[in-house]
Ligand binder design. Structure first.
Ligand code: DX5
Ligand code: ZN
Length: 219
């Protein structure tokens, strides 16, 4: 059985104390730190940019998993890499050349991931799977935390798990949106190995983070 990694989305953290929040989830045993970047154009919400990623970098040595929901995206890849991203994920809908964006991310020495929106089929991966380090299945429409898990995405996770195993490549399969103690086991059973969780990590405040993360992992 593959290890399950937890990547808390800091979208649900206290934005006035972001550095402390990142230190708290690190101490609470998270595996990665999920950073949701939104531009008010590709998605309705606006969040944070490379300056904030850079400011957070000294607060944790854990991988920064930077989910870009911005369009156009290519012109910002260098800035996020320089700010300290370890993994950058991009949506095919966010630029004209997803294959080129993936190559660009890898050329920066950063792990590259592709994100599939709920309406985007697994087929999109046919000619990307040879190059990506991670595939992210959105189980909500991107833009906001606290939404409900879209159940039919489990079928997509199962299909992609088969594609990854068949490829023989070392690719993480991440799920993002509406992950809680009910949906986490479903996503894991379908084949996911990295769970993003905002609401379910940060609920209850700092004293609860370690318990929340452990339970999400299934421990
Ligand atoms: C949505 C973001 C998610 C979101 C998850 O666009 O990509 O990372 O913050 O939040 P929860 O876990 O609350 O659904
Ligand atoms: Zn995200």
């Amino acid at each position: 059985t593959r290890p399950i990694l937890i990547s808390p989305s800091i979208l649900s953290a206290d934005f006035a104390r972001l550095g402390e929040e990142v230190r708290a989830i690190d101490a609470a045993g998270c595996d990665w730190v999920h950073i949701d970047v939104m531009d008010g154009h590709f998605v309705p919400n606006i969040t944070i940019g490379p300056a904030v990623v850079k400011a957070l970098r000294p607060h944790s040595a854990k991988p920064f998993d930077v989910h870009l929901m911005i369009s156009p995206v290519d012109q910002y890849l260098d800035a996020f890499a320089q700010a300290g991203a370890d993994i950058i994920t991009v949506h095919p809908e966010a630029g004209p050349h997803i294959h080129r964006s993936i190559q660009h991310i890898k050329s920066l020495g950063v792990q590259a991931g592709v994100v599939l929106n709920p309406g985007t089929p697994a087929k999109m991966l046919d000619y990307l799977i040879d190059d990506v380090d991670l595939i992210l299945v959105m189980s909500v429409n991107p833009g906001f935390g606290g939404q409900s898990f879209i159940m039919n995405q489990l079928r997509k996770i199962e299909a992609i798990r088969k594609m990854i195993d068949k490829s023989g490549r070392d690719i993480r399969l991440q799920v993002d949106g509406g992950i809680d103690l009910t949906t986490a086991p479903m996503a894991i059973a379908a084949g996911a190995d990295v769970l993003v969780a905002g609401t379910a990590t940060f609920r209850g405040g700092p004293d609860a983070y370690a318990d929340n993360i452990r339970k999400l992992r299934g421990g």
